[in-house]
Design a protein around this ligand. Sequence first.
Ligand SMILES: *Cc1c(COP(=O)(O)O)cnc(C)c1O
Length: 376
Amino acid sequence: MNIDFFIHNINQDDISKACETMKSLFLTTGPVVAEFERKLALYLGVKEAVGLTSCTGAIHLALLRLGVGPGDEVITTPMTFAATATAIIQAGARPVFADVCPKSGLLAPEAAETAVTEKTKAIIPVHLYGRMADMRGFARIAAKFKLSVIEDAAHCIEGRRDGARPGQLSSAACFSFYPTKSITCGEGGALACDSSEDADWHRSARHHGISKNAAERYFKKFQHWNMDFMGWKYNMDDIKAALLVNQIDRLDEYRLRRQELETIYRERLSNVSGLDFIESPGKDEISAHHLFTVLLPRKANRDQTALRLQEMGIGCAVNYVAVHNLSFFRKTYGYKPEDFPIANEIGERTLTLPLYPRLTNKQAETVCDALKEILC
Ligand SMILES: *Cc1c(COP(=O)(O)O)cnc(C)c1O
């Protein structure tokens, strides 16, 4: 592969910090996780962050904290990774999709409002491609119907919209540190919230619902632990936190570099007939610029185009085939492609091009030229 789809940003200092941690006695959830949590919360401008093993686990716990369970419905977007919906099912509830805005691909507040029933407990907008969903719009709907909002912020730690950042207008924002995300530790996640009570609950829930974690038992005097409620095993460990903690300092530098690359893509691909872009963020908005996707001309074959790009040595991906079209969701809930026509069309036309700080301008231009060659 000449141009990889993604290259992560773990550097030698991150590795040294992880090595240092591995030479210490304490490897599970301890002081480095606490350091990471403080730093992430500070970056986001929220009270608390809780280190977890995945974003999927974070969404699952956020739903459980709201008391969501069997018989409940949770509204989300079909234009997301399957995990947004599977976390709802893990909590015992039913995922109900609502269609997206054609220009941005983001969950449309009006569509979500139409999907509300008396069983609805929560809405999970996704900050797709790095651009924040209309959180003030969802907050209004939540207030009107007495619902909660949870953010799938796997694509957006860095964003800001209408004066708010992830975690500030919801019960919880959920993050992923999977290898293709803007910062990574291999596999990992976090939840951010503005309530210390919620964070305390999550710190227990990530570890079986046990009252004292290993750090408290190790660093403090002998004390019995108890199990207060049914929890899960989602605790981040100190090695992962060591890899992540200093990547937080580089988030905005990386975001700006991705933004530059996106400008190159938009300029160099602007004259391809039939090719559409996802709308740029508004003037006062900060997007994380997590993914750059194009909507291929309607007459083009997306899968063939992806294959051709791969053959030319260029990595690409599809983010995403609409979730309601995946076999499991069709079989289990009876969804049909035409139920959400906009997400369906984006899912058929979308192609994601390489976007990461280590991609050079020259490489971005090569990607554009290869795509043009295939399409013309
Ligand atoms: C990556 C991703 C997830 C899942 O994150 P994990 O940490 O792998 O659980 C969820 N939602 C979206 C939108 C993602 O891109």
